[in-house]
Design a protein around this ligand. Sequence first.
Ligand SMILES: O=C(O)CCC(=O)C(=O)O
Length: 237
Amino acid sequence: MTRSEHFQEFGYLVIEDFLCDAECQELNAALDAKYEEWRAEARQVHDLGDAFACDVLAWDPVREGHPLFCEMAEHDGLADVTREVLGEGFGTQSSLIMFSIPGGRGQAWHQDCPPEETGLFNLNRLLYPRDATLERGAIVIVPGSHRFGPVPPGEHQAPIEGELILTPKAGTLILLHGHVYHRVTPNLTDEPRNSVNFRALPPGVPEWVTCVAVYRDGRARFCKTPEFAPAIYHETP
Ligand SMILES: O=C(O)CCC(=O)C(=O)O
């Protein structure tokens, strides 16, 4: 099975040793520096929680013009593997860095965009510059669920049949179809846990595709562009 066939069938690909040690170290230094700015805020977010019970802080360094992340977004190898699964003419979104808060609940089961239009999806290109151990926060996915429709109702971290627990080692790249059901397990350590996501889009798919994410208990709007959102992007209570 080629990488492209694996992705079409299961909605994900894991590529180990995608980044070298030096690249991981550079990313970790930048992530640690950012988190230092946030320590107090992170404690507050954890105390307050939020509607979808995701204890994460998000950062978009590419939008800020951060040189290291801007360079990483243009990584040759990343473009090559993206072309393998999405074809020529794919688009990119800016960066999405998730900090799972120490002691937090991780991320609930979700899809990054509504699955009703099967051709409208984003591709997560998730880099892990540190080991994402089970203790620090595994990423759990349901292979093939990009063809199953909306994630069924249920609890934040309750297992879904067929789920696969991934604990990517430092340097790993995971490509994940935005309709695949996924969650991140709680961070049981004292340090934040990161993924560095340079999202891409199949040719012709608009940027607003990720405006609304689908959770087990409702849909959450993340951007303010209602004029571009078609009917399937309704929010549910
Ligand atoms: O942090 C991860 O491992 C997964 C991130 C994620 O769930 C997402 O970008 O939608």
